[in-house]
Design a protein around this ligand. Structure first.
Ligand code: CA
Ligand code: CA
Length: 399
C-alpha cells in the first residue's frame, strides 16, 4: 500500500497548490440564489485520483489497456463494425435486462458553452464562448452494469480498478468490517477511502455486489475503461462540448437541463444528496445511492436521462481551466494534460458541498482513476448499425 501513501501526499500538495476552495462568489441574478462559500466545491469530487502522472498526449494507445476485448475486435478479419454487430447479436439474448444502449440524435448547431456567471470559478466554468458542433448521437442513458457486463462477458475485459486492486468508495456506504481495515483517507475529502477489491462488481467494497443494481450506472470505471467500452460498442466518448450542448438542449445559460429552478414542480428530476453531507442522506428524491439509469423523467427535450445527477460521466477532453473566449467549431479540448474531464455531478452532490449537478459544471480525475460515483455514457458520430433497427432513442415523458 506504499503507493497510496505517495498519492495521498500528491493529493495534499495538489490541493494546497490548486486549491479546492475556489472563489465562488459570482452568481447571475437570474440564476437560482446561491450562497456561495468555500464548501461549494469541497465534495472531494476531484480528490479521488490515483496519482498525478506525467502529462500525456492524445497518442495514448487505448489498446494497451485492453486485456483481450479490443485485441479480439481489431485482430479479426471482419470489419470493426461487423465485429461490433456480431458482439451485440451474440450477447443480446444473454441479458435478462432490457437493453439501455439506445442513442438519440442531437442535431448540430451553435450554442454558448460555459458561462460568464461562473459559480465555481476555479473549475473553469467560464468564460461564455460560442461553440458550433456537427450533429452526433448520444446515449439516452448512462452505461448500466447490465450493459457493461455484456462487454465484459464478450471480451474478458478487466477494468483498471481490478488491475490496481482498489478503488475509492465513500465511507458512508462501507461496512464496518471494511472500514476497520482502512487507515488512510484523502486529506482534502476524508469521506473518500481507498478500498481494496472495490470495483464495478463490488461498488461499495468487497462485501457488496451488483445483483440488485444491474440497471444502475456502472461505477469504478476509469476513463480508459470508458474509452474501451465505447469503442467495443461502436461508439466513443462525447467531447465536453457535445455533452454540454446536449445537456443545455437549446436553453441559454441555464443551470439545469430543464431551466434554473431545481424543482419547478416540487418534484425531483435528478438523483442527488439530501440531508447532512456526508453522514446523513434523507433520500427525499427516492435514492440513497445510485438509481436505475431509466429513473426519473427525461431531463430535457432530447429525452436524456440522468445526464445531471446519479453518476458523474467521463467525457473525452483533457482537463484545463483557462478557456479562450474565441468562437470555435467542434472543439476537442487541449492536446495533452494530466486529468480528464467529468461532467454532471452524482448522487453524492449537494449544494452545500458539491454544486456541480449543472450543465456548465465540471470536474476532473486522472484517466486511470475510478470511484463509487463515476460512470459514463457514449456518443457516436454515426449511429452503429446494430442500433438502426431499434426504436428511436429518447423518452416519451420528456419535459
Ligand atoms: Ca438521492
Ligand atoms: Ca449522470
Amino acid at each position: 500500500m506504499e503507493g497510496f501513501q505517495f498519492y495521498f501526499l500528491v493529493l495534499f500538495l495538489a490541493s494546497c497548490v490548486v486549491g479546492v476552495a475556489p472563489n465562488a462568489d459570482v452568481a447571475a441574478s437570474e440564476h437560482e440564489k446561491h450562497n456561495a462559500s468555500k464548501s461549494d466545491s469541497n465534495c472531494g469530487c476531484d480528490s479521488t485520483s490515483r496519482q498525478t502522472s506525467a502529462p500525456t498526449s492524445d497518442n495514448h494507445n487505448i489498446n494497451s489497456k485492453c486485456e483481450r476485448g479490443c485485441d479480439t475486435v481489431s485482430s479479426t478479419k471482419i470489419t470493426p463494425q461487423e465485429a461490433v454487430d456480431n458482439a451485440h447479436r451474440s450477447t443480446d439474448n444473454n441479458s435478462p435486462y432490457p437493453r439501455t444502449n439506445q442513442m438519440v440524435f442531437i442535431k448540430g448547431g451553435t450554442f454558448i458553452m460555459g458561462s460568464d456567471n461562473q459559480i465555481i470559478v476555479a473549475d473553469g466554468e467560464g468564460p461564455a464562448r460560442k461553440v458550433t458542433l456537427d450533429s452526433f448521437f448520444l446515449d439516452v442513458h448512462e452505461t448500466s452494469n447490465a450493459e457493461f457486463e455484456l462487454f465484459v462477458n464478450a471480451t474478458g475485459y478487466i477494468t483498471e480498478a481490478e488491475k490496481f486492486g482498489n478503488s475509492f468508495v465513500v465511507e458512508t456506504f462501507l461496512s464496518k468490517d471494511v472500514k476497520d481495515k482502512i487507515t488512510q483517507a484523502v486529506a482534502a475529502a476524508p469521506w473518500w477511502l481507498p478500498v481494496e477489491k472495490a470495483d464495478w462488481r463490488h461498488p461499495f467494497g468487497p462485501d457488496s455486489n451488483i445483483s440488485e443494481s444491474m440497471t444502475h450506472p456502472v461505477l469504478h470505471t476509469s476513463w480508459n475503461d470508458a474509452v474501451n467500452y465505447c469503442k467495443w460498442a461502436g461508439k466513443r466518448l462525447p467531447t465536453e462540448a457535445e455533452w454540454e450542448y446536449a445537456c443545455r438542449a437549446g436553453k441559454k445559460d441555464k443551470l439545469f437541463p430543464w431551466g434554473d429552478k431545481l424543482m419547478p414542480d416540487k418534484k425531483y428530476r435528478l438523483n442527488i444528496w439530501q440531508g447532512l453531507f456526508p453522514k446523513n442522506n434523507s433520500a427525499k428524491d427516492g435514492y440513497v445511492k445510485t438509481c436505475p439509469v431509466t429513473a426519473f423523467p427525461a431531463q430535457n427535450h432530447y429525452g436524456l436521462k440522468n445526464i445531471v445527477g446519479n453518476a458523474w460521466e467521463w467525457v473525452a477532453d483533457w482537463w484545463h481551466v483557462r478557456h479562450s473566449d474565441q468562437d470555435v467549431t467542434n472543439p476537442t479540448g487541449p492536446v495533452s494534460g494530466v486529468d480528464r474531464v467529468k461532467k454532471g455531478g452524482s448522487y453524492m452532490c449537494i449544494k452545500s458541498h458539491c454544486y456541480r449537478y449543472r450543465c456548465g459544471a465540471r470536474s476532473q480525475n486522472t484517466p486511470d482513476s475510478s470511484s463509487s460515483n463515476l460512470g459514463f455514457r457514449c456518443a457516436a458520430t454515426t449511429l452503429p448499425n446494430y442500433l438502426m433497427a431499434e426504436p428511436p432513442g429518447g423518452a416519451k415523458d420528456e419535459l
